[in-house]
Ligand binder design. Structure first.
Ligand code: PLP
Length: 283
């Protein structure tokens, strides 16, 4: 499919940006990933709101308004009619023609968006869960900004993969924060717990939805820091993201979580999540 770059739709190979772009030189930019189920954008408004927040965090105005974004994204996904896909969009600060750390004034941002066919977790993955390991959180201090500077995340996820795990759960100062590319939930004595929003973690769109669903269905739920010990003793551990949806962690650092299978509260939440998706398709 064609991509969107700075006002034009083009074949991917024709999309070119300058080596002087600050995205390339400094990782100076932000991004979003928006799921699209059967040709319909999932929680678009929430993603565009988070984009505004990320841009604000790096002192950039949004170069496009809501209607412009929606038109671009709808045109991208219309290329794969009715397909499950994943939108990636990235805004970098652009180029002043010089390499200088401080933000130059009066430069045009680089605006890029594309769609890719996506495979969301199937019934088997949702039923069996994944393995995770814990790693020291080596990221920077503004994890609430969806910044394109993902080198630490790349290294952490790769270490997990090398050790046969699908996700790394990051530990900062004795507390479990989130995954390398997902948010974290545990279940303890029937209560769902996730760390509160702070600059240590990305405010996940899926995280918000899981909290909404818990409230709607009256599952006991609270936002509270999760100590290392709470994580190790949890009855259930879940990770959430746009691409993983809600996935159970059944093995952590080589030890089974609970009885080593996705737990009962997970089962209920996975059902609420899939019902919500189904509603979106018909609604
Ligand atoms: N935390 C991090 C570090 C992420 O990179 C992501 C998404 O990739 C998430 C959490 C989950 O966010 P969302 O549910 O909006 O996909």
């Amino acid at each position: 499919p064609e991509i969107y770059l700075n006002g034009r739709f083009l074949p991917p190979d024709e999309g070119k940006i300058s080596v002087m772009d600050r995205g390339f030189l400094f990782g100076d930019g932000v991004y979003e990933v928006i799921p699209c189920y059967a040709g319909r954008l999932f929680r678009l408004e929430h993603h565009l709101q988070r984009l505004d927040n990320s841009l604000h965090g790096i002192r950039m105005p949004n170069p496009l308004d809501r209607a412009q974004w929606q038109a671009i994204l709808e045109r991208l996904i219309a290329q794969l009619p009715g397909a499950d896909q994943s939108i990636y969009l990235q805004i970098t600060r652009g180029s002043s023609g010089r390499r200088e750390h401080a933000i130059p004034s009066g430069i045009e941002p680089t605006v890029f968006a594309m769609t890719q066919p996506a495979v969301y977790p199937d019934a088997t993955t949702l039923a069996t869960g994944i393995k995770a390991i814990t790693l020291d959180d080596t990221r920077w201090k503004h994890c609430d900004i969806k910044a394109i500077t993902l080198l630490a995340n790349v290294l952490l996820r790769s270490e997990a993969k090398d050790r046969g795990a699908a996700e790394a759960i990051l530990i900062r100062d004795g507390f479990a924060i989130e995954g390398a590319a997902s948010n974290l939930f545990i279940v303890q004595a029937g209560q769902i717990i996730t760390p509160p929003k702070s600059d240590h973690l990305l405010p996940g769109i899926t995280r918000d939805l899981v909290l909404e669903l818990a409230q709607q269905h009256q599952l006991p739920c609270r936002e509270s820091p999760i100590s290392r010990q709470m994580l190790d003793r949890a009855d259930e551990v879940w990770v959430t993201s746009s691409s993983k949806e809600v996935t159970a962690v059944v093995e952590l650092d080589g030890h089974p979580v609970g009885n080593g299978r996705p737990g009962p509260i997970y089962g209920r939440m996975a059902r609420f999540y899939s019902d919500y998706k189904a509603l979106l398709q018909t609604g």
